[in-house]
Write a protein that binds this ligand. Structure first.
Ligand code: ADP
Ligand code: MG
Length: 386
């Protein structure tokens, strides 16, 4: 299959889809590991997106197929969706769309059977949120098909619930919100406590800048366990400091606050979260003032904080960041949960080739697999295409 999502759907199921919906992957400009601390994040949507061609069925069957998965369509009965028993093995990817149907039903919304065909150019497992793109595109398709009115914020919350409760991944709400709510040419300031959103103009191209996305193509096995551990330390630290979440700790007087914590490791974790929230606010102000280049050093500072205080980086990410910066980037950082995945680098438009080459060469010299380097401009959020 290699035509449009509509052609592929027709070929697969023998009849045309009712529509095609799309949702993008995302890059987080700044604000990492803040979304489970009620903090701030500043993601933007990627041009890469996941398309879902879909049609209603008259029964209660959900059939899902992905061009990215060779093992064929997965058939599920809506009445039997159970978060205790998500699809396994070759069908495990189907937990994402099935989880969305389950979350809709669990919220009492009148979703019925459907056939879905998925195709995507968001790389999976690269820290660019292919999972949120798949969830949000599916949620938009199902709610549109069944005439279910949901705000984009509610749609994102529902997609997150699918990932948390059905797929079993304890992610925050940033990824789904970015995919569902972002607008082209803007970054999305998200307050993960109030869910308040601000669309911040982020005109890189007009300013003669580019954003490089450096996919290291590694994902270290530590990632899931370390993520859960970091969440737990943050929640315990908030409790010890008598606040609802680390977001409530002011940046001013941080050292005195930290002195109240006995464990030096926990102190570092808290310092990352508090300084990272502050960096989000400062980057937002710089973008608003059109001083995009000046945001660069804050990205690099954020990387150092993730590397040294939060300890979620890895040699590949550190090398990508240090090499890009040494080759003239304004600033760079890992983006996403860490332990692999992607780094982001803010560069002059005419430095694209030199920075790309420098990073590629450094990876070769270090004996790392070649990174996949692309440019990204802030793109629109989820939409119906056809
Ligand atoms: P990320 O969200 O950073 O890409 P995740 O591990 O959260 O990484 O999600 C990746 C998983 O999501 C894949 O392993 C797969 O199960 C599922 N997935 C994402 N996109 C697709 C797709 N287009 N087709 C099938 N499965 C997908
Ligand atoms: Mg994901």
């Amino acid at each position: 299959m290699s035509g449009t999502a509509q052609d592929d759907f027709r070929q697969l199921y023998g009849y045309p889809p009712e529509g095609v919906w799309a949702a993008p992957g995302r890059v987080n400009l700044i604000g990492e590991h803040t979304d489970y601390n009620d903090g701030f994040a500043l993601p933007f949507a990627l041009p890469q997106r996941t398309e879902v061609a879909a049609a209603r069925r008259t029964d209660r069957i959900l059939r899902v197929h992905s061009a990215e998965v060779p093992s064929g369509a997965v058939t599920l009965d809506l009445a039997e969706l159970d978060p205790e028993r998500p699809p396994q093995g070759a069908a495990s990817w189907a937990a994402y769309p099935a989880g969305v149907a389950w979350a809709l039903l669990d919220a009492g919304l009148p979703v019925g059977g459907a056939d879905l065909h998925v195709r995507s150019d968001v790389p999976t497992g690269a820290g660019l949120s292919s999972s949120a793109a798949l969830e949000v595109a599916t949620a938009l398709a199902l709610t549109d098909l069944y005439g279910i009115p949901l705000t984009r914020t509610d749609l994102a919350a529902l997609a997150r619930r699918a990932e948390n409760a059905y797929v079993g991944v304890p992610c925050g709400v940033m990824d789904q919100t970015a995919s569902a709510c972002a607008t082209g040419g803007h970054a999305l300031h998200l307050d993960t406590r109030s869910l308040e959103q601000r669309h911040i103009p982020f005109g890189c191209e007009a300013a003669g800048l580019r954003l490089l996305v450096i996919d290291t193509r590694v994902r270290h096995a530590l990632a899931d366990g370390a993520y859960a551990q970091r969440r737990t330390s943050c929640h315990r630290a908030a409790e010890a400091l008598g606040v609802a979440a680390l977001r409530d700790l002011p940046h001013q007087g941080l050292e005195q606050t930290l002195a109240r914590l006995e464990d030096p490791v926990v102190r570092k974790r808290v310092r990352h979260v508090v300084t990272e929230n502050e960096r989000v606010l400062r980057v937002e102000q710089l973008l608003r003032a059109g001083r995009l280049r000046e945001a660069g050093p804050l990205l690099t500072e954020g990387h150092a904080s993730l590397r040294d205080d939060y300890e979620v980086s890895c040699p590949e990410l550190d090398l990508a960041v240090s090499t890009a910066d040494a080759a003239g980037a304004y600033g760079s950082r890992m983006t996403g949960g860490g332990f692999g995945g992607s780094a982001l680098s803010l560069i002059d438009a005419d430095a694209e080739r030199s920075v790309t080459r420098a990073v590629t060469d450094a990876f070769r010299r270090a004996g790392f697999a070649p990174p996949r380097i692309t440019t990204a401009s802030p793109s629109p959020g989820a939409a119906r295409l056809v």
